[in-house]
Each structure stands twice: as structure tokens, then as C-alpha cells.
Design a protein around this ligand. Structure first.
Ligand code: ATP
Ligand code: MG
Length: 437
């Protein structure tokens, strides 16, 4: 019999069907056995009645996470057993035959148990099957898709940035070393920055969804050793505001998309879709410090980021807020500074529900200015000769930005630790297994 997906069972009431999936839970009630079966489309309650002796014999051994192909009849539930608001809450599958596709060993814990986070990570091949984890990574997939769709509509072309690079060129973030051919050292990219700027050459507007690797020994709830960034770069801009506008469009489209697709998920995570007003508020760093009544320092402390987000929500009805005009010396060397605006740069950060999720800027596009800037920062332009070709051979005024996918996902569902918004997180203590083991 052809497989029916569990979400479609409601259309087959009174009919014989075949479904395949995992045993989510098993409950024995007297001589009857109840099982919730789960597939990619949802869950349904199934029952094996004493009248089906063969099925009852087959179900004897079956336990949680066994993979089954079962056939049976879809029945309407009696009125008193209907569960409102639950998928398939008004039907039940009466099982007539069971085929075991795969057995599972006894689980180390119940899948709906509250787990310590390290235990959750130790058992990811199992714990990723929980509804919570499936929600998080369904949300993440929708975010990436919406980001792509929005940029394509805005005229951007996607490209693949390399993960292996020849130098830890940027000098900003710490890089992991890789043994390359002929005793050469390569590095894992800390950012696709140079490559997306180069791609302004062929495309004017280019974007990438790239892996970045950062070797700083961070132990925070917002840092990973391997992360995904959604980056774009665009040519022929007047200033960084144009980049911020494209980002705002992308954010708005993403939030609208996930609000439509995943309203149930926001409820399960005890949160609501984020607020994106007609214009995301923009504050200079100074204005932000003044609003918070703190000293004019060169950066935002995590606590300031949280507090300024609370202000934006209360006063501007926005879960997002831009901070601009950071001192140039605090930003990457390629950040543009207009003479009239010195010592402040055309860089910006976007904060979302208390956390930086994006950094961007207008970049220096003049070759000689860029070389001078490298030298003033103690960087050797010779090491950047490959990248500098883009500027040697004509680069328009341009800018772009980078959004951390895991941070965006985590804030979307108000998950405290970005590692929970990463399917397979790598950090100071773990690559799949704990490093201490
Ligand atoms: P932070 O100051 O929070 O350490 P950053 O300013 O060094 O971050 P950027 O270089 O601006 O990070 O990277 C752009 C975006 O990529 C960040 O806004 C963030 O969303 C994401 N990102 C950067 N580093 C990490 C990391 N180690 N783990 C997770 N996400 C990261
Ligand atoms: Mg940043």
C-alpha cells in the first residue's frame, strides 16, 4: 500500500492506510496498546486493539524510537476523546499490521525529559529528534530561505565563498590553522569579507551564506567556533544607510515569512513574532550611551546592548535597533571614514532583542587609501596583494554587512544560548564529543 503522510490522515477517515515513522511514545492500557507515531509531517495516536491478535503479538516488543511501517484504519475519535488544537486530535489509527523497519536500543532518557544542556549535546543524534529541536532548525531553514529570497528580489547574486584561505589576513578575529600542501599553512576563513568585496566587481550586488571559523577562546552564550554568516555586499552606494535599508528589507521579509509559517512555534517557545516598525530605529553610539545615562566609551557592553533594545521596544515598538558612528579605530581596517565625520566610521551594528546579530559598513574603495590604512594599522599590504587587485582595477563605493544565522535564530525564538540554535555546535569544549574525553 502507498505510504500516507501523517498530516494527511484526516482525509482518509474510514479507509485503510499505511504510514511509516518512529514510535514517539508507547502507553499500555489493559490489553490495548497506544502508540504515538511520528513522521516528517507530524504525529498521530495509534491503537492496537485486542481484537487484532496478530498486531498485538507484533507490538509486544516495540519501544520508543523503533521505526515502523504500520497499516490500519483511520477512525474518528468519540466526541469525549477529541483533543482540540492538537494535530490529528480528532482521529486515531487502528493498527491491523506492523512491520518493523528498524529496532532501537533502550533510550538513555525519555525524549521529553528536561535534560542538562551537556547531556543534550552528548546525545544530539537522538535529541535532535525532539519537537523543540525540530522547531528550532525548521525555523533556521526558513530564515535562510527568506534571506536568500529577499536578496534575490533586491537584485543580488549568490556565490560560494571559500572556507580555506591563504592568510589569516584580516588580523581581527583569531583563525584556525590548517596543514596545507607543500608544508604551507592555510587557515579556516574567519569571514567571507574579502571575497564578497571582490564579487562586487562581477555582480555589483553579491551575497553568500558562508561558514566562518573563529578561534578565540570564548566561553559565552553568543560565540561558536564555527558559525554561519549571511553576508551581502553592494556597489554604487552614497553611504552606509543604503546598506542598512537593504538589510532592513531583508529582516522585514524574514520576520513576515516566519510569522506566517510558524505562528504555532512562537507560541511553543513562549514568545511572539518580533516587532519590525516601518523604520528600524537608528542611534549613534553617543545617542545610545546618552539614553542609557552611561559614559561615552568606544563600544557597547553586552549589558548596554540589552538595555538599548529594551528602550527600542518600549519607545519605538521595535525588536531591532541600529547603532552607528562607532569610532573608526574600533572597526575593521577596511571600514570607510568620511573626513567630515572623523573620528567616526560608517560602520553599524544591528541589535536584535538584546544581542548584536549583524555588523556592516561602507568600505574604503580607493586603492591607495586602503593601502595607507593597512600600513597605519601595522598590516603588510604585500600580504593582501591578491585582495588589493579588486581595488587596483576599479572598485565603486560599496558596502555590506554580515548576519550571524545562529544568533538570529536564537533571538527569533528567545533561546538563551546560541549553541542551542546550532545543530552541531563546536566550542571551546566540544567537537561533537567533549574534548575532555
Ligand atoms: P562579537 O563582537 O559579538 O564577538 P563580532 O563583532 O566579532 O562579534 P563580526 O565580525 O561583526 O562579529 O561578525 C558578523 C556577525 O557574525 C556577528 O554580528 C554575529 O552575528 C556573527 N558572529 C561573529 N562571530 C561569531 C561567533 N563566534 N559565534 C557566533 N556568531 C558569530
Ligand atoms: Mg560585529
Amino acid at each position: 500500500m502507498k505510504r500516507t503522510y501523517i498530516k494527511d490522515l484526516g482525509q482518509s477517515v474510514g479507509e485503510g492506510v499505511s504510514i511509516s515513522g518512529w514510535v514517539d511514545v508507547r502507553r499500555d492500557q489493559g490489553k490495548m496498546v497506544f502508540m504515538d507515531i511520528r513522521d516528517m509531517s507530524g504525529k498521530v495516536q495509534c491503537v492496537v486493539l485486542p481484537s487484532h491478535a496478530e498486531a498485538l503479538e507484533q507490538v509486544k516488543e516495540v519501544r520508543t524510537e523503533w521505526v515502523l511501517k504500520v497499516s490500519g484504519i483511520v477512525n474518528k475519535r468519540p466526541e469525549k476523546n477529541i483533543k482540540q488544537g492538537v494535530q490529528n486530535g480528532d482521529i486515531e489509527l487502528e493498527i491491523t499490521n506492523i512491520e518493523v523497519l528498524s529496532k532501537a536500543q533502550e533510550l538513555p532518557f525519555a525524549l521529553d525529559a528536561e535534560l542538562n544542556f551537556d547531556t543534550y549535546l552528548d546525545y544530539l543524534p537522538l535529541t535532535l529528534r525532539t519537537e523543540r529541536a525540530r522547531d528550532i532548525f525548521t525555523m533556521q531553514a526558513s530564515i535562510v530561505q527568506a534571506y536568500r529570497d529577499s536578496l534575490v528580489v533586491q537584485g543580488f547574486t549568490e556565490f560560494e565563498a571559500p572556507a580555506l584561505v591563504g592568510g589569516d589576513a584580516e588580523g581581527g578575529a583569531a583563525a584556525f590553522k590548517v596543514d596545507y600542501y607543500y608544508d604551507k599553512t592555510a587557515f579556516l576563513a574567519t569571514s567571507p569579507q574579502f571575497y564578497k568585496q571582490i564579487m562586487v566587481g562581477p555582480f555589483e550586488r553579491a551575497f553568500t551564506v558562508a561558514k566562518i571559523f573563529r578561534a578565540e577562546k570564548h566561553a559565552t552564550t553568543r560565540h561558536l567556533s564555527e558559525a554561519v554568516c549571511m553576508d551581502f555586499e553592494m556597489g554604487f552606494i552614497e553611504d552606509e544607510k543604503e546598506v542598512m535599508k537593504v538589510l532592513e528589507n531583508t529582516i522585514r521579509h524574514t520576520v513576515e515569512t516566519v510569522t506566517k509559517k510558524h505562528s504555532d512555534m512562537f507560541a511553543r517557545f513562549n514568545t511572539t513574532p518580533p516587532l519590525v516598525p516601518a523604520e528600524i530605529p537608528i542611534l549613534t553610539l553617543k545617542e545610545a550611551h546618552d539614553l542609557l545615562g552611561v559614559e561615552h566609551v568606544d563600544d557597547m557592553e553586552p549589558e548596554h546592548e540589552r538595555n538599548i533594545c529594551e528602550w527600542a521596544k518600549k519607545e519605538k515598538g521595535s525588536d531591532f535597533v541600529f547603532i552607528t558612528r562607532y569610532p573608526t579605530k574600533k572597526r575593521a581596517f577596511y571600514t570607510y571614514e568620511d573626513k567630515s565625520e572623523a573620528p567616526y566610521s560608517r560602520g553599524f551594528d544591528l541589535l536584535f532583542r538584546g544581542l548584536e546579530i549583524n555588523s556592516g559598513a561602507q568600505r574604503i574603495h580607493n586603492h591607495d587609501d586602503l593601502v595607507a590604512k593597512m600600513e597605519s594599522r601595522g598590516l603588510d599590504p604585500k600580504k593582501f596583494s591578491y585582495y588589493l587587485q579588486a581595488f587596483k582595477y576599479g572598485m565603486p563605493p560599496h558596502g555590506g554587512c554580515s548576519t550571524g544565522l545562529e544568533r538570529m535564530t536564537a533571538r527569533m525564538l528567545e533561546i538563551a544560548n546560541v549553541k542551542e540554535a546550532t545543530a552541531f555546535p563546536r566550542d571551546l569544549n566540544r567537537i561533537d564529543n567533549r574534548l575532555s574525553e
